[in-house]
Design a protein around this ligand. Structure first.
Ligand SMILES: [Zn+2]
Length: 1042
């Protein structure tokens, strides 16, 4: 080993230049991490570059610093990052960018490695006196490239890429087999099909070029240096928190929410208000900032008047008392993500771009400021939605600078809008790569998958001994749960029963740390949008090998209880891997018929019928008892909704029919809850510090105010002190004349609840493990590993627990408490994003459906609505026919109020408005109109169009009487809600397809964009599950059913 000195010139956070001398050790052996290595490098630890590429590419420091986004393309393989380049990123781009590079290097889905060139004796070159840093860095990388090429005995050409033209001239012909190219030429030569990378390159280069031409006039106060901020936060002078912009007043109002308890000024117990752009000082929604409080005389109040679209927020304030108000003095961490923006129309760009190439584009998210983008494609991009990234926001610039990354398509088109929703929710669902699919077992009609005899002997074989079945809707493809039940020989304490829950053994096929596993972990869940879904796992698993279909052998993870037949007390529980063959997929109705002892006229069921006496006689009442046991503890039934799905021969859902709860569905749900609970117990007992559980914190009492007020209006008292009390009082709150009231109250109770969340057992005290909604002391998710990553983690924990019991150590070290807690947070975040994306996509379809209809003449725009909340200047209503919720305003900007005419119709007149607990009245010269809670009214639906943001639905009162449907619309046996909703989605999809077909015909060929978009779509059919979820609320309010 050779010791030498290395001189670094660093910039301190105050901006001073600092010279640092470091001891530097050189070694002869530094791993190359190439599979072509001829010199026995110690490559075993870490990723190794494949030899199956045409060349290796080595970016110099400048390229790594400025163009890392291009190197992030997974298609670009064989990247060797030098230590020199990595350090340049670390020093000039900060921690966040450096962490991004490090995770790239760790991620096996990216073919790149780190070569520690500066520790390698023969590739290191000391900096010469007077040599500029960038020249030296480029020289270092070139030397590294030469060494690397020689080290691999010239087996692979090495391409160094640089933005330095003199380096290209100087080095390109020095060594045979080592090429030096500028980035653009490299992309054009080696990746001509990767057009997106080249476009991104041009966009970044343009933005870098324009950076030099910044103005000098200061628009904002400079941010304070990091150490000043740090000291100020410690001393309590500044407050640290996350900036939250008010969506409805994005330019004027933002709040800083505290992080932790570092805040020492005890008088502060609320958020800090930040008014206006100057005080916000370039902080962007989501950034971690430091704020300084203004003198109390300058404190302001929160704006309180309700604006359109604000009606959905919880609680409304009536007063605007001055609150802590401050200004941003520094940014502790930028939390910028990818943003979707809309480019302005031509007229605007022409006036904007008179003296620059910069265009001001408007983000889809109203909380994000306009972004300046340097582009030469302003014409091409007008009225398009484009993904952009922010680069910088200097104090001399009114707006932040950014560059475009990818064009999504024309604003307003279905595919563009759906992709926008995904990007805005940070949902990345590219098609599964070939490498990922390569890990999957083969199963095709020619070579069907079959069980492995070696695997069979390690599993408990239930194929001959147990009658296993699933209870799924007709046509269901991904069956991940099945049940079994049988009597056991009587024990010393009497009759015994065995209940089994068998779940698809997904983790048998998806090994921890494999490419598929990493992808599933990153997605965390299957995403369900209004018209499609994006699976968490490749279809060969979710729709085939891990779908527990009837009549085929499948691997399963099972929980089996040995129960006392009378008391249902658990004698013994068995957990383990099994081999099953499901006998039948029972449809809900069929299963119910069997449960009721009715004859089912399905010949295939003949064989089962002989065996069902056992479970038919036993299971129904018994799971009812399981339920009763939980009820004693106070289990809440919130949204118990049953849906019958009708499918045609192509397995398309033609209708969803909400109906009275079927006992059999509850039975199945109860068995699954039971399994989740017992698995939670098992893994928590085995790994008290590192098991993944799911808890449901008790709700905050103030969220129940609305529920209690509404119930009181109908003479009911809702007791929310415990979930038992809540469940009991909800059960009592039944209006015999109107079953809707009870259902509505349950919806409100659900809305008041907090979300259930995953956590690691070591990160939370035991008394907080409780699941409020299910009234269980421990709970987890075990039963849906096909579509939830949490369940895969739990399956692995259960496998490890079983192994430990047998005395064997786990095959792989378990995640630590800290790692597991991080994973739990990641999954919680993704679930939130999934829910939000689903909600927004539903709203998108509603807007697309109504957009082209004339609200004045089209009778589909007039519908019946139910008032479910009274607000200060209007009310919130639900429209069962379209599953639509929204605000109806009774007072407009001109101060007019809605007034009822003699015939029941409504119009705007001068008058006043009075709000009461359970109703709201308007008074005009013509008289008084009253709108009661739970009343049916008639509304007109129209769409408020927006060019840059999402369109919104507007509702207006037509009459305060129920809507009379025209005679032609004959009431069918199908409830309107279900039919309206699925028809709505289908119609929008059909229109979008026709429109894109026409557009393609016009262009004469399929556009590049739409092929790209098509790849995004993994499945086109509406998925039953998503519709089930969606239909919940609508079924609750379905009138036709009652
Ligand atoms: Zn080597």
């Amino acid at each position: 080993m050779i010791k030498t000195e290395k001189v670094l010139h660093l910039k301190s956070s105050r901006g001073r230049k600092v010279r640092v001398v470091r001891e530097h050790y050189l070694r002869e052996h530094v791993p190359c991490y190439s599979s072509l290595c001829q010199a026995q490098c110690a490559n075993a630890e870490g990723k190794v570059l494949s030899g199956e590429v045409t060349h290796y590419v080595m970016p110099d420091a400048g390229v790594a610093r400025d163009f890392m986004e291009i190197l992030e393309f997974r298609e670009i393989q064989g990247i060797v990052f030098t230590q020199t380049a990595c350090q340049a990123v670390q020093h000039s781009r900060g921690r966040r960018q450096y962490n991004r590079l490090r995770s790239l290097l760790k991620d096996p889905r990216h073919h790149c490695i780190l070569f520690a060139n500066e520790f390698q004796e023969y590739s290191y070159c000391p900096r010469e006196k007077g040599e500029p840093q960038d020249k030296w860095q480029t020289r270092c990388v070139y030397h590294a490239a030469v060494w690397y090429h020689d080290h691999l005995a010239g087996l692979k050409p090495v391409v160094m890429i640089t933005e330095d033209q003199t380096a290209v001239a100087e080095y390109s012909s020095l060594n045979c087999g080592v090429y030096v190219l500028c980035t653009q030429e490299y992309l054009q030569t080696f990746w001509p099909e990767l057009q997106a990378a080249l476009e991104l390159y041009c966009s970044i280069a343009q933005s870098l070029q324009e950076k030099g031409s910044e103005g000098t006039e200061r628009e904002y106060t400079e941010h304070l240096p990091a150490e000043v901020l740090e000291a100020g936060i410690k001393s309590g002078r500044y407050i640290q928190g996350t900036l939250n912009v008010n969506k409805h007043r994005a330019q004027h109002e933002a709040f800083v929410r505290f992080e932790g308890s570092s805040n020492k000024s005890s008088e502060l117990n609320s958020d800090v208000l930040v008014c206006g752009g100057k005080n916000r000082n370039r902080a962007v929604h989501g950034d971690m900032v430091a704020v300084e409080l203004l003198p109390k005389g300058e404190w302001r109040g929160r704006t309180t008047a309700l604006t359109e679209g604000q009606g959905e927020e919880k609680g409304d304030e009536t007063q605007s008392q001055p609150m802590a108000t401050g200004r941003v003095v520094g940014i502790l961490q930028r939390n910028w993500r990818d943003y979707v923006v809309t480019f302005p129309p031509k007229e605007e760009t022409q006036s904007q771009s008179r003296n620059s190439q910069r265009i001001l584009a408007t983000p889809w998210d109203q909380r994000i400021p306009k972004i300046r983008i340097s582009t030469q494609q302003a014409d091409k991009l007008q009225d398009h939605r484009v993904i952009v990234r922010l680069d910088s926001w200097d104090s001399t610039s009114l707006y932040p600078n950014g560059h475009s990354v990818r064009v999504l398509g024309r604003a307003g088109e279905l595919e563009t809008e759906v992709q926008t929703i995904l990007i805005e929710n940070c949902i990345h669902v590219p098609p599964f790569s070939e490498a990922q699919l390569g890990e999957m077992p083969v199963s095709s009609p020619e070579s069907p998958w079959s069980v492995d005899p070696a695997e069979v002997i390690t599993r408990r074989d239930l194929r001959q001994t147990h009658l296993v079945f699933s209870v799924d809707p007709r046509g269901c493809e991904d069956v991940d749960d099945t049940l079994s039940i049988r009597s056991l020989p009587p024990g010393p304490r009497g009759e015994r029963l065995e209940l089994g829950v068998h779940i698809a053994d997904v983790t048998h096929f998806v090994k921890e740390g494999s490419l598929t596993d990493l992808e599933a972990r990153a997605r965390a869940t299957t995403y369900y949008l209004a018209d499609r879904r994006y699976d968490m796992l490749p279809a060969v698993l979710s729709a085939d090998l891990c779908s527990l279909l009837g009549g085929v052998d499948r691997y399963a993870m099972s929980v089996m209880w040995d129960l006392d037949a009378q008391t249902l007390a658990v004698n013994k529980v068995w957990y383990g891997r099994t081999l099953i063959q499901s006998s039948y997929q029972l449809y809900y109705e069929l299963a119910q018929a069997l449960l009721n002892g009715e004859e089912a006229e399905v010949p295939e069921l003949g064989t089962i019928m002989l065996n069902t006496a056992e479970w038919r006689g036993g299971r129904g009442p018994r799971t009812r008892q399981l339920r009763a046991q939980r009820d004693k503890g106070g289990a809440l039934e919130l949204e118990g909704v049953e849906v019958r799905a009708q499918l045609d021969e192509d397995r398309n859902i033609t209708a969803l029919v909400p109906r009275q709860p079927l006992e059999v569905h509850e039975t199945v749900a109860e068995c699954m809850i039971y399994a989740n609970h017992w698995v939670a117990r098992k893994i928590q007992e085995s790994f008290p510090q590192q098991a993944l559980l799911r808890h449901h914190p008790p709700p905050r009492q103030e969220f129940f105010n609305q529920l209690q007020d509404s119930a009181r209006a109908r003479g009911f008292t809702i007791d929310t002190r415990s979930n038992k009390a809540l469940a009991d009082s909800l059960d009592r709150a039944v209006d015999p004349r109107d079953p809707l009231v009870n259902r509505l109250l349950r919806v409100m109770a659900t809305m008041a609840m907090s979300n259930a969340l995953y956590f690691s057992t070591g990160a939370c005290p035991v008394d907080q493990y409780y699941h409020y909604g299910l009234a269980l002391d421990r709970y987890t998710h075990f039963t849906s590993p096909i579509r939830r990553y949490a369940d895969m983690i739990v399956h692995r924990l259960l496998t490890a627990a079983i192994a430990m019991e047998k005395g064997a150590g786990p095959a792989k070290a378990l995640a630590s408490n800290k790692e597991l807690e991080e994973m739990a947070q990641q999954i919680n975040n993704k679930n939130r994003a999934a829910q939000h994306a689903q909600k927004v996509s539903t709203e998108l379809f509603q807007c697309l459906y109504f957009r082209d209809k004339d609200p004045e003449t089209d009778e589909r725009c007039v519908a019946d609505a139910v008032i479910y909340t009274i607000r200060a200047n209007g009310m919130l209503v639900f429209i069962p026919q379209y599953g639509l919720k929204g605000a109806v305003y009774l007072k407009n900007r001109e101060g007019q109020v809605v007034s009822e005419r003699q015939d029941g119709g409504c119009d705007w007149q001068t008058g006043s408005l009075q709000r009461y607990l359970d109703h709201i009245t308007t008074t005009t010269a013509a008289g008084t109109s009253t709108f009661n809670l739970f009343q049916h009214i008639t509304v007109r639906i129209s769409v408020q169009l927006s060019r840059c943001h999402s369109d919104t639905i507007r509702l207006e009162v037509v009459s305060n009487r129920p809507h009379q449907a025209p005679e032609t619309q004959v009431q069918t046996s199908q409830p309107q809600g279900a039919r309206g909703r699925s028809q709505l989605v289908q119609e929008v999809v059909r229109q979008a397809e026709e429109a894109s077909q026409q557009a393609e015909e016009k262009r004469g060929r399929a556009s590049k964009l739409s092929t790209e978009e098509r790849e995004f779509r993994q499945s086109k059919c509406p998925n039953l599950y998503s519709l089930l979820e969606e239909v919940r609320e609508l079924a609750l309010l379905d009138l036709a059913a009652s």
